[in-house]
Design a protein around this ligand. Structure first.
Ligand code: DQA
Length: 159
């Protein structure tokens, strides 16, 4: 099982930027916790962060035929990027969107989320713990998809 974690603009500034909203944890610390969960559960995990929309689109496209699922925090691009939404739809992989803060409680412009409809699920407002919830959710989702595929194959063989 391989999970790609994709982080959008300014998330490399976690631990420095607006600590009252995003907390004190650095991105590398969040990734280390996810790495430990992945190792304990025999999951392959790859991390990527970019401040550039096109690079995020490229990374999503690279996941096609490579990763089993995507955990993504598109950050500010959540509210503007049709390109990221289209890329997620194009690769047709299960995706979970994470927001550290509760975007629904914040400024009005953050309440429009263009990427969320391209994702199977959204986790918002749990702080950095949201990434752990996303790892749990994604593991379950990928397992469910694999089991459903197996059951379907068995059914076809019996016919
Ligand atoms: C964010 C919320 C976005 O509105 C904001 O632009 C971010 C971070 C979050 O994780 O809470 O950069 O995605």
């Amino acid at each position: 099982m391989k999970i790609a974690v994709i982080q959008g603009p300014n998330l490399n500034m976690l631990g420095i930027r607006e600590q009252h909203i995003y907390g004190a944890m650095k991105l590398e610390q969040i990734h280390q916790q996810m790495r430990e969960f992945a190792e304990a559960n025999k999951i392959e995990v790859e991390f990527f962060q970019s401040n550039l929309e096109g690079e995020i689109v490229d990374r999503i496209q690279e996941c096609y035929g490579d990763a089993d699922g995507i955990i993504i925090n598109p950050a500010a691009y959540s509210h503007t990027s049709i390109a990221i939404r289209d890329a997620l739809v194009a690769v047709s992989l299960p995706a979970i969107e994470v927001h550290i803060s509760n975007i629904h409680r914040r400024e009005e412009f953050r309440q429009r989320d263009l990427v969320a409809p391209a994702c199977a699920s959204s986790i918002t407002g749990f702080g950095p713990f949201g990434y752990h919830l996303a790892m749990l959710g994604m593991t379950q989702m990928i397992t469910d998809i694999a089991n459903a595929k197996k059951a379907q194959e068995q059914q076809q063989q019996q016919q």
